[in-house]
Design a protein around this ligand. Structure first.
Ligand SMILES: [Zn+2]
Length: 1032
């Protein structure tokens, strides 16, 4: 049996620090005295470890093995520890040398508390989604031909003074993976769509097309010749082809974290800048299953002016249609002025396919989808087929279509009408282009040549539409001034989506949780690698001599990881809504990239901590530093390098595996550090001799954590572990192993309870498993979930909605509160959460579906894996004056920090055993912590314009978090303060110098001229800003 050792680390340095502060010393093993016996030690865990190492080697060759690896890793991670303490060292001395003592009370600038404490006042013309949910009855009456809507009528003379302007926008929705993998779709469909596009758009300059997924576009670009590329450039210059959004994918908006949302947007926009010089103006999101204001904010920060959304609850659409509020300025709940506004168009009907985009009657609109002409592969389910347009029928056909356009137009405030023309993977064959474009052109020609119809119809791009819309309302082309014809301002989000009846799309908040966790693991490692890599490049430049550091190879690994992570943000990837083998393809990419970014981390850390840079050498087969997670210690003393990837100094737990209980941990100056040695358990029965009864396992007052299991068939096995650094209770049920762990350490991790649930429902039929946490908080029907880890959205449990409608996405946290306390559950993976009763939280851990849900996938979800879900439960006394009705809420500083610690653990690397140990030194690029509310989202090396490798610049992305001061700031052990949003980077840097810094838009598309001192960065609360940075 192997033994794990836990000890506290005092991050001696600040901001992405590589701390060479801990020497791990192993006493020589005395085999004869080892009570556990060597044979068992080298037993299961060692075999498992060897198996994982072996599987990792095989990974590149054999993707099918990925499934086994995942389960093995989880088994390894989830082994349980018992408590023995060894040895009792002189910790107070050793500990304190590395960090100055933290103040008992966290110093927060009083001005920084005003943002969250302000009183809420609703804008006079504002639409607040929480109010809309209160108002709607969700009764779903039959609306006639527009089933979810109402009859629309109009007068023939309504357009006599101002003609109806119709923009028919051809589009093809290309999922980067769903029923097929990304590569298979590309091979079978997407490349043909793009190839035909070049030919068919050139045939007639009136034809238009939009494209949004750069993952596909860039793959195609790599495969076409320079002549075709020139043709594409001409199409873009002439305005026939528009890139909409321009992200790597069309991301899911529920499960995605804003780190990854930004990263995939930057990857897409950087690709466009390098290859096409294109700056997207308009967002296009027709298929994500519900919409988040976070994406609206990110698009606005990236410099986009307009956006379109589609999948919104049918009752909301109907209400907005009746109020003519389907077009609005989307404003962030927390925004005190109009700076976050972005013009948004919400599509009114059921779907983005042709039957649901020309007007309210799908039976009619389907007749204008000319891919469904008789004799083709698809037809109209309403049983009236399209007719090819001829001189004989053009009058009747044009009038029929115009009737739909006019009715649709009645749902909007202007005479400008949008009619998308496309569907999934459309325009694959040349004949389909001819069918759509030729027949529509005949209809347009007829309409436009008959002035008595008062219509001007044409193909357009999505920005053509918005440009005409802005013109008709007196708005300027890009700005947000409302103009003569006021559009409403809307705040809030569009979860939880229902497409019909009580079919709420909340299952995907949890589906395939294993991969949702894997996504966060890659995010955290990618960020850690990006930051270290950028610092290493700057450090090497300063060093000024040729060396062995693999700058270009590492950049390639980072690029591939960015793209694999970006791909997984797609709305059929992180959502868990793809076919089984597509899921395996995504998982393989994520896993592969986790291994690769670890290589970037160890090779960069090696450079940074090396005392004599001349001795650096790069040997990927035998690196000097090795990730501890896949390493077993043996019999000699080992050195450990610990990297703190967060931007504040911290004290945190580190876990390593050793082969003997006789160990000591020394810090950099040779003092013994307190450590707790515990057994590792391979299964429940193995630990049977050590089973204890639970006796007040958690000392957290007025909270109990209970498991909610549908039918526990057996009494659980309970194990209690006590120790000086942590104590835990592990309860094993049929489907779940539930661990509650308390840390007895000063600081953030000592202030909350760690929860780990290992869930296994592989043998079940149509099963969902949930964790329910009950408290005596009087939270009534109100609770709070985050959106994309960026902001908090207040929620209300509504009795008028079915159970499944009351679940919301939980990307980073959910909380409950009453006047005296707040209970927050922080999560390390996206899951669905609810509060079905006052004081209660429910989180779905996993779900298993034996049948299809009739949304096109054609299968259930049966590929469940053993999944470890991790959480932190934080109870805080509350003295906040936050109004109960306010549509915004903010976590405390402690809550923000606890989330950071959970999702960005310290990264430990062992120095490999070799004859000559290199001489290492701590590396601290910053002289102090970043402000408590300032988060370094990323420090991302920018690709060189000429070569494939990195340029000398990096994108510095900062986020100033909104936080609520109405909570205790005592004993957080944090060494940061707040600074009214100001960071003086030059003063913070230790060895590196700021060569240049330029404010740019979020994805670096636009450069801003700023009169302000470029050295001093200043952010408003909630703001995310990007700077183009050069360090040397
Ligand atoms: Zn899709």
């Amino acid at each position: 049996m192997k033994l794990s050792r836990q000890f506290t680390v005092f991050g001696s340095a600040i901001f992405c620090v590589v701390v060479f502060s801990l020497y791990l010393m192993l006493d020589h093993i005395d085999h004869s005295k080892n009570p556990n016996g060597e044979r068992i030690q080298k037993g299961q865990l060692g075999i498992l470890q060897d198996k994982i190492d072996h599987l990792e080697r095989l990974l590149a060759e054999n993707n099918e093995i990925i499934g086994n690896i995942r389960d093995s890793v989880i088994n390894l991670r989830e082994t349980v520890k018992d408590g023995k303490m060894f040895p009792e060292g002189n910790m107070s001395q050793g500990d304190l040398e590395l960090l100055p003592p933290a103040p008992a009370l966290l110093p927060i600038h009083s001005e920084d508390c005003q943002f969250a404490a302000r009183t809420y006042s609703k804008a006079a013309d504002g639409v607040q989604m929480l109010d809309v949910y209160d108002l709607l009855s969700f009764d779903n009456p039959d609306g006639g031909v527009w089933k979810q809507g109402f009859d629309i009528s109009y007068q023939d003379n309504e357009w006599d003074n101002e003609p109806l302007q119709v923009f028919v926008v051809p589009h093809s929705h290309n999922d980067p993976g769903w029923l097929k993998t990304f590569d298979d779709y590309y091979r079978d469909q997407t490349q043909h769509i793009l190839n035909n596009m070049v030919v068919k758009l050139h045939e007639d300059s009136r034809r238009k097309m939009i494209w949004s997924e750069i993952s596909y576009f860039s793959k195609w670009w790599d495969n076409i010749d320079e002549q075709k590329r020139d043709a594409v450039r001409r199409l873009i210059e002439s305005g026939q082809l528009e890139v909409a959004t321009g992200g790597w994918v069309m991301p899911d908006e529920a499960n995605t974290h804003y780190f990854a949302l930004i990263d995939q947007l930057v990857e897409g926009h950087q690709w466009l800048e390098r290859n096409l010089g294109v700056k997207p103006k308009t967002g296009w999101a027709v298929d994500p299953f519900g919409h988040t204001p976070t994406q609206a904010y990110l698009l606005r920060q990236a410099g986009l002016s307009n956006m379109l959304i589609q999948r919104v609850h049918y009752s909301v659409k109907k209400h907005f249609a009746s109020q003519k509020t389907l077009e609005f300025f989307w404003r962030q709940n927390w925004d005190q002025d109009s700076s976050s506004d972005i013009l948004c168009h919400m599509m009114p009907f059921y779907s983005y396919d042709v039957p649901h985009t020309c007007g309210p009657d799908p039976k009619i609109c389907c007749q204008f989808d000319f891919k469904r002409l008789p004799g083709g592969r698809i037809s109209c389910p309403w049983r009236i087929p399209p007719q090819a347009i001829t001189d004989n029928n053009v009058q009747e056909r044009a009038q029929t279509l115009l009737d739909q356009y006019r009715k649709k137009s009645k749902l909007f405030r202007t005479n400008v009408l949008l009619a998308p023309l496309g569907d999934d993977f459309r325009y694959t064959e040349a004949v389909e282009w001819d069918q759509q474009f030729e027949n529509y052109q005949k209809l347009f020609d007829y309409m436009n040549s008959h002035p008595e119809l008062h219509v001007q119809a044409q193909f357009g791009t999505i920005s053509d539409y918005f440009e005409a819309l802005r013109k008709s309302t007196g708005m300027d082309p890009v700005g947000m001034n409302v103009g003569q014809l006021a559009l409403p301002v809307l705040s809030g989000d569009f979860f939880t989506y229902a497409d019909r009846d009580d079919h709420y799309w909340s299952g995907y908040f949890t589906s395939r949780p294993f991969y949702k966790r894997l996504d966060r693991v890659l995010e955290s490692h990618l960020r850690a690698a990006e930051v270290l890599y950028s610092l290493t490049l700057a450090n090497i430049q300063k060093y000024g001599q040729p060396n062995d550091y693999p700058a270009v190879d590492n950049y390639k690994l980072l690029t591939e990881a960015r793209r694999n992570l970006g791909l997984f943000q797609h709305h059929d990837a992180i959502t868990g809504t793809g076919k089984d083998w597509v899921v395996v393809d995504y998982g393989t990419r994520l896993f592969h990239s986790i291994l690769n970014v670890k290589r970037v981390i160890v090779s960069s850390a090696h450079w940074l901590v090396l005392k004599d840079k001349q001795t650096y050498y790069h040997d990927p087969s035998n690196p000097v530093l090795q990730m501890v997670s896949v390493h077993i210690f043996f019999t000699v003393p080992r050195l450990l390098v610990v990297y703190n990837p967060t931007e504040q100094a911290r004290m945190s737990m580190v876990t390593v595996y050793v082969t003997t209980p006789k160990v000591r941990v020394l810090n950099a100056v040779g003092h013994v550090v307190r450590a707790q040695v515990s057994a590792v358990w391979n299964d429940v029965s193995h630990a049977a001799a050590d089973v204890f009864q639970v006796r007040s396992a958690t000392s957290v007052h007025h909270i109990t954590a209970l498991l909610w299991i549908y039918s526990p068939s057996q009494p659980p096995v309970v194990r209690v572990t006590k120790g000086p650094l942590f104590s835990e209770v592990t309860t094993t049920f049929t489907h779940i192993t539930h661990t509650l762990r308390l840390y007895n350490i000063q600081g953030v991790e000592g202030q909350s309870v760690e929860i780990c649930n290992t869930v296994d429902i592989r043998g079940e039929t149509n099963h969902e498993i949930a964790m329910r946490i009950t408290s005596d908080l009087n939270s009534k029907d109100r609770f709070f979930t985050d959106l994309n880890g960026y902001q908090v959205q207040p929620r209300k449990t509504l009795a008028k909605l079915p159970l499944q409608a009351n679940f919301y996405p939980m990307t980073s946290m959910v909380y409950l509160q009453d006047s005296s306390a707040r209970l927050s559950l922080l999560t390390a993976q996206s899951l669905g959460a609810a509060s079905l009763k006052s004081g209660q939280l429910e989180v779905i851990m996993d779900r298993r579906l034996n049948q299809d849900d009739n949304r096109g996938l054609g299968q259930g979800v049966l590929d469940n894996k053993i999944t470890a879900n991790s959480f932190r439960l934080l109870l805080e006394k509350r003295s906040s004056a936050e109004e109960e009705s306010a549509p915004y809420s903010y976590p405390s500083i402690l809550s923000h920090m606890s989330y950071m610690y959970l999702n960005h653990p310290l990264i430990s690397m062992a120095v490999s055993q070799r004859s000559e140990s290199p001489s290492l030194t701590p590396y601290s690029p910053l002289s102090a912590s970043f402000p408590c509310d300032m988060h370094l989202v990323n420090l991302r090396a920018i690709q060189s314009k000429v070569r494939g490798g990195p340029s000398e610049q990096a994108a510095l992305i900062l986020h100033r978090k909104g936080f609520d001061c109405g909570f205790s700031n005592r004993n957080t052990a944090l060494l940061c303060t707040t600074t009214r949003g100001k960071v003086h980077l030059e003063k913070l840097l230790t060895d590196l110098k700021l060569k240049s810094i330029t404010p740019v838009s979020l994805s670096l598309m636009h450069t801003y001229n700023s009169d302000a001192d470029p050295q001093e960065i200043s952010l408003k609360p909630m703001e995310i800003r990007t700077y183009r940075l050069q360090l040397s």
